[in-house]
Design a protein around this ligand. Sequence first.
Ligand SMILES: CC(C)(COP(=O)(O)OP(=O)(O)OC[C@H]1O[C@@H](n2cnc3c(N)ncnc32)[C@H](O)[C@@H]1OP(=O)(O)O)[C@@H](O)C(=O)NCCC(=O)NCCS
Length: 265
Amino acid sequence: MTGTRQISLGDVDLWWAHPEQIDDPDLLETYRQWLNPAEHERMGRFLFARHRQTYLVAHALVRWVLSQYAEVSPAAWTFVKNQYGRPDIDPAHELGSLQFNLTHTNDLAVVAVARSDVGVDAEDVSRRSSTIKVAEHFFAPEEVAQLHGLDHEAMTSRFFDFWTLKEAYIKARGMGLALPLHAFHYDLRDLSAIAIGFHPPIEDRGENWRMDLFSPNPRHRVAVAQRLAPSISMNVHGFLVTPPGEPSAVYHHPCPPKNMQKHVF
Ligand SMILES: CC(C)(COP(=O)(O)OP(=O)(O)OC[C@H]1O[C@@H](n2cnc3c(N)ncnc32)[C@H](O)[C@@H]1OP(=O)(O)O)[C@@H](O)C(=O)NCCC(=O)NCCS
């Protein structure tokens, strides 16, 4: 199927792999051959083999996934970085609006592909932290208020919803932590119509963003944010894959245009 997959404005394809479950030495050698010298250098800086393997699989996944959309072999992709470190497809490939974003955490790597600004974040929710203290430090007051009053389990779960969604937005903007986390806030009272609002210094409009949140397995939570005109539907498709094997389609979530959702900031 290399090079033949189509993607339209509004679609978000999410491809994920489980780095720690890949132990075939030939496969791992193939991945090594796809990476460029700079990627090898970054991979070599990780102290633990587990982290080197996650890096290897995540970056091989990016390359293989992009090769599903264009006649470019996994090893031939080149990338550029913006001033905040966001990697994008090198304009030399002449692929127009095609974009990707990568996230990796314990035993999960996810690549999002879309035709408008897109950000993805995955977190290991089995990792416990003192959620309310972290939230009070990093989140907007509107978000902290939505956590208060929840029991421990519900609070932990909602904390990761906020965390992954906040990361997805700052990654879609390509600015990472250069955007102040307290200057935008999610309303998660209705997960079928996730809404986002902004305070200065962030100048943005909630109606131009569409989000999705799901669990590909009990250990991980994944959020995606896409910049999209309110009139356009977002269609999220999820695939589990061990490149270059056959992917299995495991998730599909059509999200209607904004004006058909219940509430918008
Ligand atoms: C760098 C950052 C963009 C994401 O970091 P992260 O959540 O630790 O890591 P993720 O696995 O989700 O994403 C890493 C990938 O995002 C991409 N990336 C790097 N800079 C990026 C940017 N400015 N915008 C979008 N994507 C970026 C890269 O592909 C990177 O992978 P690589 O380093 O292997 O090449 C940034 O948001 C950050 O430093 N976050 C720290 C976590 C934190 O404190 N979050 C508070 C949450 S409320």
